[in-house]
Design a protein around this ligand. Structure first.
Ligand SMILES: Nc1ncnc2c1ncn2[C@@H]1O[C@H](COP(=O)(O)OP(=O)(O)OP(=O)(O)O)[C@@H](O)[C@H]1O
Length: 238
């Protein structure tokens, strides 16, 4: 079964008209790359349910979710920023993924603390997001996303604000969290860094002008054999 399917999904933002066809197998890690304005974030928003297509079908885990709200979809998400509630501690931010209540049950607290320990933030449960570095905040967001155990994880440039070494570390962390899960989530990850895609993704989708132009193994797609990808890579994308 494909975990993610977009079938003839048409959407337009004013003049920008997009049409997506894409299938991602269960447990696969797909990286989505392409020039600015190609439709990468729009694709993720269609999967998350923040946008509804004009026509076509979105299926997640085999279920037609084209008209389903974000809350009804089997996804968790990590964005570039604004993932955390600034007035809640790291522990509460993580626990919100599973226990959206003010009085946290002891079990939920313990789970949140264990999830924070898994991302290397064992001693920081009581900190507010403003008291954490950018990388640490994204670790909290990852801890929450993985604790939710949703089958699909959507990553929209979650580490774009970090330097190359930290980005590599964070991608390794995602891989490690994924490997430590009983059924690894399907990942759809938008990135501006083809190198990130090469390191961890099973396949790469190259988007251009609102379409999935090419999908294939990272080595093949990123080889630049296709002139459209070569032109994109030539623009000094690290
Ligand atoms: N809210 C909006 N209103 C009008 N047009 C929009 C809106 N959001 C996006 N667009 C347009 O839709 C197209 C796709 O945008 P999208 O943000 O999906 O691209 P992207 O590949 O994620 O770009 P980037 O790499 O710059 O983040 C672009 O032409 C963009 O200008």
């Amino acid at each position: 079964m494909n975990a993610v399917e977009l079938e003839s999904v048409v959407f337009h933002h004013d003049a920008a008209r997009m049409r997506f066809d894409l299938a991602v197998a269960a447990g696969e890690w797909l990286a989505v790359i392409g020039p600015s304005g190609a439709g990468k974030s729009t694709l993720l928003d269609l999967l998350a349910g923040f946008l509804r297509p004009d026509s076509g079908t979105v299926r997640l885990e085999g279920r037609d979710v084209t008209r389903a709200s974000p809350a009804e979809r089997p996804v968790s998400m990590v964005f570039q920023d604004d993932n955390l509630f600034p007035h809640l501690t790291a522990e509460r931010n993580v626990a919100l993924g599973t226990s959206p209540t003010w009085r946290l049950p002891a079990e939920a607290r313990a789970q949140a603390r264990a999830a924070l320990a898994r991302v290397g933030l064992g001693g920081m449960a009581e900190r507010l997001p403003g008291e954490l570095s950018g990388g640490e905040r994204q670790r909290v967001a990852l801890a929450r996303a993985f604790l939710r155990e949703r089958p699909i994880l959507l990553l929209d440039e979650p580490f774009a604000a970090l330097g190359p070494a930290l980005r590599a570390e964070m991608l390794d962390l995602v891989a490690q969290l994924r490997a430590g899960t009983a059924s690894p989530p399907t990942i759809v990850m938008v990135t501006h860094h083809p190198g990130d895609a090469a390191g961890h993704a099973d396949r790469v989708a190259f988007l251009e002008e609102g379409r999935v132009a090419i999908v294939g193994p990272p080595r093949e797609v990123l080889s630049g054999a296709d002139p459209r990808v070569a032109a994109y890579l030539g623009k000094d994308k690290g």
